[in-house]
Design a protein around this ligand. Sequence first.
Ligand code: ZN
Length: 90
Amino acid sequence: MRCQKEHEQQHVDDFNAGLGNPWIPSDFCKGKKNGFRPGLPKGDPQNQEECRGYQKQLDCLQNSPIVKSGALDNDINYVKDKCKQFCKQQ
Ligand SMILES: [Zn+2]
């Protein structure tokens, strides 16, 4: 999957920001070893964090220089589905 790295980086940025995002507890990384894969914060029914990851990934895909070739259509459709699943409907 293309742009997976951007998706994961969004999580890293959000976890580092901690309290800047109300669904991430400030002690989320406390007591965890370096390299520990934390999963997602609990108590987030809409899964805002996963939503943000997929939105970032969608941005990345849609801004790719090869998007017009159609080579990313499958990836884009997949990620759009995930956004529908995880993002709060407006
Ligand atoms: Zn994710």
